[in-house]
Design a protein around this ligand. Structure first.
Ligand code: ADP
Ligand code: MG
Length: 686
């Protein structure tokens, strides 16, 4: 029996060449191999009679080869092997293109199970390029639920699943199992051997479900234990104690009255920062909920206590906008603000850096430049990261390492469903800004097809005649897309067409990601100061940009965007006192897309939209990236496994309450798992 740490190349039946391909998938050890779970499954368990076949379905047919396979050539040079197969009900025509070798693999009089899509016509069913296996041999790929793995060059599904088979055999009864016996019993979880067998090679769907439940639980259980350790380690770190919590000078000077939600969040922040351990708090608030003012209040509190703050924004446009907002709020109170972005001139940058190092700067607002090596802070006490979903967790961590345990405030408009946020950010305190500033109006939203183009163009003109401004957003420039980027409105061409033909009399600006930041900013500020009527843009304007006079947001090919992203875009309008609108063009014209876009017309609530997005698109896109400060999961899914996550958390607490350090013999494997998880994710967990 092999140890789980054994290199896969030494597993019987795998060898050098296959091991090299497996390594490319990150599979190095036997453990990696058996925990490389299928991405999905193909249901090939249904075997049908030929007379019952329906054209268009993909199924298995068990049939006997009735004719000697023939080899011929099509007019365009493809090699074709044809044969007829029969069962007791009817005849199936089987055709292979460019697979001449099958001619010698299929023998008249012998029976095979063919798996493929049924083509042909009524009464003359046909399969093209089916997968087939001898009926009476070992069948791994037909007549059952078949695992589908992620692949890389040099590996096929066949090779990968046979490697996993070898791996499982090599493990013997030593399969990985971090669950203490008592937990497995109490939560009625499958044995690990059963779970590994059936997650890879399910006997049936019921067994697959049991296997998955066990493995998902296990993963979330280990995660919960790791988070617990992490929290305990973090809370012993000493931070700066901001004893002075009087920020009345700030609130009095604000041009508006804080909303109840803003006041609550600020109070929570002040109380966090008045404690000896460093704050880690997430402010979650929909677009327009006023997160910037909350950040400003926190920066002011840091200032009053004699500390610097760093405020990190995801783009230069946003950094500059925040710089001017924060300067307006804070400079009259004596807080010196400095802007630091990659786009600064060398001399400006030098000056900013010396201000920061000397401590003359109290609030430093910038982009990733804030974490670059040449920035030295003099007494960094607070770090604010805006629009957190745009930042890697690494970058956030790098910023907080610039000080000795500064307080950390993360602001996000990513509307993660509430219940989930509380679990996911269990180690982060969360304040939710669930109240918009008064006087905000709902943005009326319309999902339309191409037939509405003339009316929308007239509507755009009308808004501009009323002295308002319009955003038109297109998918990214030169976007590479499998279906061919040709269909996408190329933003440059589109702007040209608008300028030359559609609205030749209007002032039209263009920003996109390929512009350098200076030109980008020029165009943005032209738009902000009303020297442009229409701003054609890619999603560079998605987050944060504030132009209250803009009342109409038109999104081209809106079906290409996620709903949450559309919600962010829509949040760019409706920021002033005037009625605002959002028009979503359904570029594909598809029904599914129309359904998604319709969801946008029904609500302006970012949380509802996020939930809808999750429901319709599935979690893949939504939680696609590692932006939550949590380790990547092998099999668990934070979006769909919420209730199992809760149960796993409860189970973890039970175990930890009697053995917090996991020192007991029955928790030995669990402890090793927790160590490994923490080690692998060092520096990336919140
Ligand atoms: P977001 O949460 O999307 O970052 P901002 O902080 O940009 O929102 O605020 C959006 C707009 O609302 C800004 O113009 C800001 O000045 C304004 N605002 C914020 N708080 C209030 C408030 N309490 N009352 C009125 N307007 C406010
Ligand atoms: Mg903002």
């Amino acid at each position: 029996m092999a140890e789980l740490s054994t290199d896969v190349r030494f597993i019987k039946g795998i060898g050098e060449q296959r091991a090299t391909a497996l390594n490319k998938l990150g599979i190095i050890s036997l453990f990696d191999l058996v925990t490389n779970f299928p991405r999905t499954y193909d249901d090939r368990s249904v075997i049908k009679h030929i007379s019952d076949l329906v054209i268009g379905e993909t199924v298995c047919v068990s049939a006997t080869v009735a004719t000697q396979p023939t080899l011929s050539r099509t007019r365009n040079g493809k090699q074709v092997v044809k044969l007829r197969a029969i069962d007791e009900t009817d005849t199936l025509h089987v055709t292979f293109f460019n697979q001449t070798y099958v001619k010698n693999q299929l023998h008249p009089g012998e029976s095979y199970v063919f798996y493929g899509r049924i083509g042909g016509k009524l009464g003359m069913p046909e399969m093209i390029n089916p997968i087939f296996e001898a009926e009476n041999g070992t069948r791994n790929r037909t007549g059952k639920i078949v695992p589908i793995y992620r692949l890389t060059a040099g590996l096929s599904q066949n090779l990968l699943s046979s490697s996993v088979r070898q791996g499982l055999a090599a493990c013997g009864d030593q399969l990985p199992d971090p669950l203490p016996e008592s937990v497995q019993q109490k939560y009625e979880l499958a044995q690990s051997r059963f779970a590994y067998e059936n997650v890879h090679f399910p006997k049936d769907y019921e067994a697959l479900e049991l296997a998955r439940r066990r493995l998902i639980f296990e993963e979330l259980f280990v995660l919960s234990c790791a988070l617990d350790r992490f929290r305990r380690e973090k809370s012993v770190k000493a931070g700066f104690l901001f004893a002075n919590t009087d920020i009345s000078a700030f609130t009095e000077r604000l041009p508006f009255k804080l909303t109840g939600a803003q006041s609550r969040a600020i109070e929570e922040i002040l109380s966090d920062m008045a404690k000896p351990s460093p704050m880690s708090r997430l402010i979650q608030g929909d677009v327009g909920s006023g997160k910037t003012a909350v950040a400003a209040a926190s920066i002011y509190a840091a200032f009053k206590n004699g500390y610097q703050s760093a405020f990190m924004a995801p783009t230069e446009i946003l950094a500059e906008q925040h710089f001017s907002t924060l300067t307006a709020f804070l400079e009259p109170l004596g807080v010196r603000c400095v802007l630091l972005t990659g786009g600064l001139k060398a001399s400006e940058k030098k000056k900013a850096l010396s201000f920061i190092a000397s401590g003359e700067a109290d609030a430093i607002i910038g982009t990733h430049a804030l974490i670059s090596g040449d920035v030295e802070y003099s007494r960094l006490g607070l770090v604010v990261a805006d629009e957190q979903h745009r930042f890697g967790v690494q970058q956030r961590a790098a910023l907080s390492e610039k000080g000795t345990s500064p307080h950390v405030l993360v602001m996000s408009a990513t509307p993660i469903p509430r219940t989930l946020a509380l679990i996911l950010y269990g180690d982060l305190d969360v304040s939710v800004l669930d109240e918009l500033p008064p006087g905000r109006q709902k943005v009326d939203t319309y999902a339309v097809g191409e037939d509405m183009r003339p009316r929308i163009n007239a509507f755009i003109r009308k808004q501009i005649e009323e002295r308002h401004q319009v955003f038109i957003v297109c998918p990214a420039v030169e976007e590479k897309n499998e279906e061919g980027s040709d269909e996408l409105k190329n933003v440059k061409e589109y702007a040209k067409e608008l300028r030359e033909r559609v609205f030749p009399d209007l002032r039209i600006g263009l920003v996109h990601g390929k512009l350098n930041s200076k030109s980008k900013n020029e165009v943005m500020s032209e738009f902000a100061s009303r020297n442009l009527d229409i701003l054609v843009a890619t999603t560079v304007i998605e987050v944060g940009v504030d132009v209250p006079n803009a009342t109409l947001m038109v999104v081209e090919n809106a079906d290409r965007f996620g709903l949450s992203q559309l919600h962010q875009l829509r949040g760019r309008v409706g920021r002033g006192k005037d009625k605002a609108y959002c028009v979503l063009f359904n570029g594909s014209g598809g029904e599914k897309a129309a359904e998604r876009l319709n969801a946008m017309t029904k609500t302006n609530d970012g949380f509802k939209i996020a939930e809808e997005d999750l429901r319709m698109r599935g979690p893949g896109d939504f939680f696609g990236s590692r932006q939550h400060g949590l380790p990547e999961m092998h099999i668990a899914n934070f979006a769909t496994d919420v209730s199992l996550l809760k149960t796993a958390q409860t189970a973890a607490n039970e175990v930890l309450s009697s053995d917090p350090e996991l020192r007991r013999p029955e928790n030995k494997t669990l402890r090793a798992y927790v160590d490994r998880l923490i080690e692998k994710n060092a520096g990336t967990m919140n």
